[in-house]
Design a protein around this ligand. Sequence first.
Ligand code: GDP
Length: 470
Amino acid sequence: PLAEYEHLRRRIRTNTMEMWNFFSNEFGKLRSKLVGDKPELAEQIKNVLELGVEHKRSLINDQDRLRKVDGYEGWRHAESKDLSDLVQKRFNTMQNPKDCDSARKLVCKVSKGCGYGCQLHHLVYCMIVAYSTERTLVLKSKGWRYHRGGWEEIFQTVSDTCTDYDAVHAKMWPGSPDTLVVNLPIIDSLQPRPSFLPLAIPADIAPRLKRLHGDPIVWWVGQFFKFLLRPQHDTQEMLNNGLEKLGWKKPIVGVHVRRTDKIGTEASLHELREYMSHVEDYFRTLEASSNGTTVKVPRRVFLASDDFKVIEQARKQYPDYEILGDPEVAKTAGVSTRYTDGSLNGIIFDIHALSLCDFLVCTFSSQVCRVSYEIMQAMYPDASERFKSLDDIYYYGGQNPHNRRVVIEHKGKNANELTLKPGDLVGIAGNHWDGWSKGKCKRTGENGLFPLFKTIDDVTVVDLPTYSNS
Ligand code: GDP
């Protein structure tokens, strides 16, 4: 019953947002059609939308307050700590075998030909494979393009006792169960592709995770970051000093604006005002208290970007906002081919600060944005709702198919819409954030739009080692 209660509570919240996305977009379209010929009708619709958004904020605010008083908040915190402790203990066991010489190992080269966020995802993928095949992860990081001295000078070693391996007899993935040392290629060229790749979660903790968290895979990925990104002393100092210099204070919304080389190739341009409208909505939702006690919440944003001009623009255009962020750091964002030592501190800091925010507004097409969201999961029992992506839904590069299961019948009204029966699986490709998502119905093979609220996430669960003698 608790699992069902939690599931329903989260579903109501997500679908409140979906409903508002739907109505605001449909009415918005109507309004633009009427503005020329029927200005008074267009004006009426504008008024409906203005009150409508207040409705939405009030509903979301009440739901968030309900969560705090429903009697389960203590359990959520305890359960989340318990699960994290369990998983971190397993990581420690797999990384520190009693006899290193005879321990089976998985070798992962840190350098991948891409940016920092992308390389972090590469490392998590390596560690997921190591965990799933009960191998000790060994990192090869000397000459790392972000820091020649290697990963271990920036973050703590992934093992205290077992970092050497017999490179001469190493075999390429998959090897066999008794192969002592296996070299792992990047996820893009992994053959065969195992079932435990994201978005899968381990079966033995799946019921607990699904009960606790709105998007279990993001929690799972976040746990790997919690282990991998334990900073070395100097890195910790750098992070602390950076926060102090900025004048870090909560509440704060994190905004990441990815520009430069990404635009037109992997993402489209979103104007600053689009990000900021969601930031303002977040603060107004906080203020939409129904008990009349809420005072005005100070508007504070941490803004990170690879384009320093965005930070200067924000300060000019939003004088009522305190904009934390450093254009000089943005200038070090060596994108494309220039990922170097100089840019490393900047991106480590920006991701760290983004993950410490109460809420994130960014584009999930950027790995910087997704990494920040994943790391954030380790700081709350369930931070799955603490984001607004202006483009993609959450995904993990190289993931296995992401399916939704239909729970409410849908009869498509035109050729663009899918017709769905309860029980159908839909491979989801994206959310247009207007009430409609895009996907492919596995039963009919058709591609098209469907209302997200008629489906639930179909979480992939796989049997994995349980490290039970640890
Ligand atoms: P993606 O290209 O946005 O998906 O993410 P990647 O992390 O793979 O590559 C982008 C790279 O650009 C980052 O790793 C950084 O080096 C740089 N970059 C992008 N956005 C920022 C930012 O907000 N701050 C800083 N310091 N660097 C950034």
